[in-house]
Design a binder for this molecule. Structure first.
Ligand SMILES: [Zn+2]
Length: 161
């Protein structure tokens, strides 16, 4: 059964979850479209919406509000921070389908209504359309951001201000 296979693949890799292949491929296609046209075409937007649903609409809102920042340390290591609609910063790893938000926990892992949450999608879309803010940090600061994210501490958000 296709459905049960899908369930199994979603539940594996809980440590470093990846987007299902279909989503990954669509995002790569959208990336190419953006490079060719300098914008997202209507077809690309429709395809994204039909695959990701309402989190896609909300991700676009986050993009428009410039809620995405990249904390880049020497050596190319970086994390992405997305400020949610309530002002809470969510720290995400590049290309990893995991977010500590409630929607991810309940609608992605729990009910599996959506493939991912608006924050993960906003982070990926920001990379595609080159829209996030770059913030240079030291390796120590990057570690601090990760610790803060791990402790659900909000001190890392002060680096954004
Ligand atoms: Zn999220």
């Amino acid at each position: 059964m296709c459905e049960s296979q899908h369930d199994i693949s979603l539940k594996q890799h809980s440590g470093r979850r990846l987007l299902p292949t279909v989503a990954h491929n669509l995002l790569r296609e959208v990336e190419q479209i953006f490079h060719q046209h300098g914008d997202l075409t209507d077809d690309a937007l429709l395809a994204l919406h039909s695959l990701f649903g309402s989190p896609f609409e909300k991700a676009l809102e986050l993009l428009e509000k410039n809620c995405i920042a990249y904390f880049r340390a020497p050596g190319g290591r970086y994390v992405i921070q997305v400020i949610g609609s309530s002002g809470v910063p969510y720290t995400l790893f590049p290309r990893v389908n995991y977010c500590p938000c409630h929607a991810y926990r309940f609608q992605v892992v729990g009910s599996q209504t959506f493939l991912t949450c608006k924050h993960v999608l906003a982070a990926r879309l920001a990379e595609i359309v080159d829209k996030g803010r770059d913030i240079s940090v030291t390796n120590v600061e990057l570690s601090r951001i990760l610790c803060a994210a791990g402790n659900l501490d909000k001190t890392a958000s002060s680096l954004l201000n």
